[in-house]
Ligand binder design. Structure first.
Ligand code: HEM
Length: 207
């Protein structure tokens, strides 16, 4: 894949589109009766969508042999973290007005907040170790082990979503099915080893 720069640019620009649309609708007052709630929910959903897309890269490249996909993964993962940080900021700012005591109370009393904190916290080491320097410093094997935290972040994100919805659980269940399928594939591949083309086995940590 020669033109990876173009694909990176494509992903970079497209991943900003939802944010631009929310900003545009905000300016025009089209975010409904509770705009802050809308933005919190949208950024939460985007976090989960980008986590799922991150998890999709390995199965896709193993099944299709399109190794170059791995070079887009870091950016997609960083977008998950970016939208997660915006989501957290919405909560800290618009929901709690930076009131630390109220936030601590929320974490202690509401299970879905606690699980959300777990999901976000597990994404921090992933973002911090995403640079080439950190990959080198940690070494490929350790880096890959650490990056299994993505599984925890996705699973906790889904549980957070499931716990917060009051009646219609269809959306969280759809995300749960996607995450289960993607993690199940990994489990299957690690047992059979057959799903991994030889060309992929010798690869160093993905860039
Ligand atoms: C410190 C971490 C987090 C806090 C405090 C937090 C808090 C919240 C709050 C207050 C809501 C709105 C609940 C409501 O309107 O009833 C929400 C919704 C949501 N959050 Fe989080 N969250 C956190 C992390 C995450 C993470 C890491 C993810 C994804 C991996 C995520 C995904 C979602 C989703 C999907 C929704 C619901 C969207 C919808 O209703 O369509 N959250 N979160």
């Amino acid at each position: 894949m020669k033109d990876i720069k173009f694909y990176k640019l494509l992903v970079f620009v497209n991943a900003l589109v939802p944010l631009a649309l929310v900003g545009w609708d905000w300016r025009r007052g089209h975010l409904g009766a509770n705009p802050l709630d809308f933005v919190t929910r949208t950024t939460g959903t985007l976090t989960l969508v980008f986590l799922v897309l991150t998890l999709l890269v390995t199965p896709l490249r193993k099944l299709t042999g399109a190794n170059w996909l791995v070079r887009l993964r870091r950016m997609v993962g960083l977008y998950a973290f970016f939208y997660g940080a915006l989501h957290l900021l919405c909560y800290v700012w618009f929901d709690k007005w930076f009131d630390l005591a109220a936030m601590a109370q929320d974490v202690a009393r509401r299970r879905f907040i606690l699980v959300g904190v777990l999901a976000f916290t597990s994404m921090v080491p992933l973002a911090v170790t995403s640079t080439d320097r950190m990959i080198k410093r940690l070494g490929g094997k350790r880096w890959q082990k650490l990056h299994r935290l993505t599984y925890l972040a996705a699973a906790a994100g889904v549980l957070h979503f499931y716990l917060l919805v009051k009646s219609d659980v269809r959306k969280p269940l759809a995300f749960a099915a996607a995450v289960a399928l993607l993690l199940g594939y990994r489990l299957y591949a690690s047992y059979t080893k057959g799903a991994t083309p030889l060309s992929l086995k010798a690869q160093s940590p993905p860039r």
